[in-house]
Design a protein around this ligand. Structure first.
Ligand code: PLP
Length: 417
């Protein structure tokens, strides 16, 4: 991908972009929340639609000249509703956090009670963290996972819901490797008269591709990012049942946001069409097969996998059995050209800046066309790197092999894929 004009006019920014193209090509990206958008998605993102102000919604704008903005926003709405089988969609949220903010504004009053997943067991900051607006504006209680199985403790969700009587129950996670039982959450919500919000940010692409059950039959509202497994541009959306549509729209604009990013909405429309293709089903299945292959190979190498494996695109590795911390594992892997993030494991004795685990995800590698045998190679790199510890020469040698291996795979959006 060339940036000729930018390179001439602003060599400093162009150089940083060129460096990141090289980084994205040479490294093994195991960040579970990242992916590679297609060339078509990138073209729409980089289009002149970024110039347009289009406050409001299709057919009801506060600016003139919105006819083409209307076209792309309607396409995005229709395509995403068809993709997930939902009744209403708002495709304007700039990020997943802002989608959640708007979803809360649409359904809650400040001070209302919400039940969400515990942050150190997989929940998101916007699910009630005290440092986030959610924990400041609403009264949150939380649920977590069973100590032995490390899967969601549905009995405890139900018991806490009965006692706490939340107005809203939130499920969805950033670091949970198992299928979420949305029907069970619906049952619990109905029993206590709560609404159900599913934040499917991490698994939206798996759901679109049929590799994870859909929350659509069960949730009142669904929020999601568009840039994770879904492979769209950076951004988000809110899907809902029709009775919530008006409240959701006014909660996004004018309540939480100003003008929509029309270029991003166009790119979302492109991504939703890509996710509706048969190839995307193959992709979603391959993401899960790769995560399971990686988990299996790492377990064979003596690492403990949280909950014993994975049903989705990510795995949590407990590195404490190797007498290292999550932070040390992240640093060691990075020195070997493998990018992953430290992550708390359930009941982690170490603080969030250190942790006992690393989170590994396969969406990005699968977008580069890697398969299960490549996961065996990557597991060997990971095990070698963790074994090398602070031996810098050994890590540099692994990095050489990692770069050679990774750069043989095309990067979508960079190599015209
Ligand atoms: C990534 C994520 C978000 C937030 O998305 P941003 O675009 O980073 O604001 C919200 N909820 C969950 C579950 C996520 O995984």
């Amino acid at each position: 991908m060339m940036h000729d004009i930018l390179a001439r006019q602003d060599p400093e920014v162009a150089a940083a972009i060129a460096d990141d193209i090289r980084r994205q090509t040479d490294e093994i990206n195991l960040i579970a929340s990242e992916n590679y958008a297609s060339s078509a998605v990138l073209e729409a993102t980089g289009s002149v639609l970024t110039n347009k102000y289009a406050e409001g919604y299709p057919g009801r704008r506060y600016y003139a000249g919105c006819e083409n903005a209307d076209v792309v926003e309607r396409l995005a709405i229709d395509r995403v509703n068809a993709l997930f089988g939902t009744e209403a969609a708002n495709v304007q949220p700039h990020s997943g956090s802002q989608a959640n903010m708007a979803a809360y504004f649409a359904t809650l009053a400040p001070g209302d009670r919400v039940l969400g997943m515990q942050l150190d067991q997989g929940g998101h900051l916007t699910h009630g963290s005290p440092v986030n607006f959610s924990g400041k504006l609403y009264e949150f209680a939380s649920y977590g996972v069973l100590r032995e199985e490390e899967t969601i403790d549905y009995e405890a969700v139900a018991a806490t819901a009965r006692e706490f009587k939340p107005a809203l129950i939130v499920t969805g996670a950033t670091a949970y490797p198992r299928i979420i039982d949305f029907a069970r959450f619906r049952e619990i919500a109905d029993e206590v008269g709560a609404l159900l919000l599913v934040d499917m940010a991490h698994i939206a692409g798996l759901i679109a591709g049929g590799a994870h059950p859909s929350p659509a039959p069960y949730a009142d509202l669904i929020t999601s990012t568009t840039h994770k497994t879904l492979r769209g541009p950076r951004g988000a959306m809110i899907l809902s049942r029709q009775p919530f549509a008006r409240k959701v729209n006014s909660a996004v604009f004018p309540n939480a946001q100003g003008g929509p990013m029309v270029h991003a909405i166009a790119a979302k429309a492109v991504a939703f069409a890509e996710a509706a293709r048969p190839e995307f089903r193959t992709y979603a299945a391959a993401v899960v097969a790769n995560a399971q292959a990686l988990a299996g190979a790492l377990a064979d190498g003596g690492l403990r996998i949280v909950s014993g494996g994975t049903d989705n695109h990510l795995l949590l590795v407990d590195v404490s059995t190797r007498d290292i911390t999550g932070q040390e594992a992240e640093d060691t892997l990075r020195a070997a050209g493998i990018i992953a993030n430290k992550n708390a494991i359930p009941f982690d004795p170490l603080p969030p800046r250190v942790t006992s685990g690393v989170r590994l995800g396969t969406p990005a590698l699968t977008s580069r066309g890697m398969g299960t045998s490549d996961m065996d190679t990557i597991a060997a790199f990971v095990l070698d790197a963790l074994g090398a510890g602070s031996d810098e020469r050994a890590l540099a040698s692994i990095r050489g092999r990692v770069n050679k291996f990774a750069s043989a795979f095309a990067v979508p959006g960079v190599d015209n894929a």
